[in-house]
Write a protein that binds this ligand. Structure first.
Ligand SMILES: [Zn+2]
Length: 327
């Protein structure tokens, strides 16, 4: 996912204007409180996350990347009868052709009412925001940036298998999200981030695929994370933002979900909104106190398992679970 300043410029070009809107007051309305909602197990989500980092950095083209793809597919098949692997080829910022795989689990594939949940699973080959320049071309473990969202959603898949819903849910793990041009480079290509979601948004796994809304998880495992109401999500899907943030406040996670709008960023949800037309929000750790605007180890070699907090996984995982079971 791309750094805020550059993303603002790109979004301004894409939208023609980039005015910051006043955030309307968001009342804490109850969201269908009578529904029975399963308990999101953060130990389980953490184990699913740790299993990914144990492969090492899941950099496209590496053995770890290949092995992790097979592992995710096998995990989803434990919980879901309909798992699709969508292979694709995409061109990177440095003009290499790379093989990617989007991995998709569809619960109740025939249901018309559907919710899309997603995260990226690849890890960034460049720690280009590490304080030590010697690390700028080293890959990151991506415990938070990548593995946390996937870990949380495999746990949601486990809950869905044990507590079936009437409506459909699709869980998509996008590949090649975090391969955009390094900070120290200038590519002459545009849209070098989010290659897997760009491919899927143009060519969904099912022709004419529709979902009522989508939720993207990105960097949902750092201690004391702050999830602001991110600007791209507010532009395309303000009602979904309010629904999710209200739900978080209602079930006691208001300290994580901050009801303040922040600048728009480029992440997988931008392309799902723009190309696939599915209103999709991003639950992403934004921290205005760091130089990058993201969590403090963003795109550094310290994005490791030891810097993950199960309490944050729980806050996000339980909120998403509440939203999909209350739909
Ligand atoms: Zn990243």
């Amino acid at each position: 996912m791309k750094n805020i300043l550059l993303a603002v410029v790109m979004l301004a070009m894409a939208l023609g204007s980039c005015r910051r809107k006043e955030t309307p007051p968001v009342p804490d309305q109850p969201e269908s409180p009578s529904v029975s909602v399963p308990v999101f197990n953060s130990d389980s989500a953490y184990a699913f996350m740790a299993a990914q980092t144990a492969f090492g950095p899941r950099v496209p083209g590496s053995k770890a990347h290949e092995a992790c793809a097979l592992w995710m597919e096998s995990q989803l098949k434990r919980y879901c009868d309909n798992v699709t692997v969508q292979p694709f080829v995409a061109r990177s910022w440095d003009k290499r052709l790379l093989n990617g795989k989007n991995i998709i689990a569809s619960f109740n594939p025939d249901a018309r009412k559907r919710i899309l949940l997603c995260a990226h699973w690849d890890s960034r080959p460049y720690a280009d925001h590490d304080p030590n320049p010697a690390n700028h071309r080293k890959p990151i473990d991506g415990a938070n940036d990548g593995a946390s969202g996937v870990g949380a959603l495999i746990e949601v898949a486990r809950l869905l298998s044990q507590n079936p819903l009437q409506h459909g849910v699709d869980i998509i793990f996008f590949d090649l999200e975090d391969l955009g041009e390094p900070q120290q480079e200038q590519s002459d290509l545009s849209d070098t981030w989010c290659l897997g979601s760009q491919h899927w948004s143009k060519t969904p796994h099912i022709t004419g695929y529709r979902a009522a809304f989508g939720i993207l998880l990105d960097m949902v495992g750092a201690p004391d994370a702050t999830f602001f109401m991110e600007g791209t999500s507010m532009h395309y899907a303000p009602e979904i933002m309010q629904k999710v943030w209200n739900t978080a406040h209602q079930i006691g996670y208001g300290n994580y979900f901050i009801k303040t709008e922040s600048n728009p960023i480029t992440d997988d949800h931008l392309y799902i909104n723009k190309l696939a037309g599915i209103p999709t929000i991003d639950i992403i750790h934004i921290d205005p106190s760091t130089p990058t605007g993201f969590f403090k180890y963003w795109h550094t070699v310290n994005d490791r398992l030891e810097n993950i907090d199960k309490n944050t996984l729980k806050a996000v995982g339980q909120t998403v679970t509440q939203v999909i079971y209350s739909y």
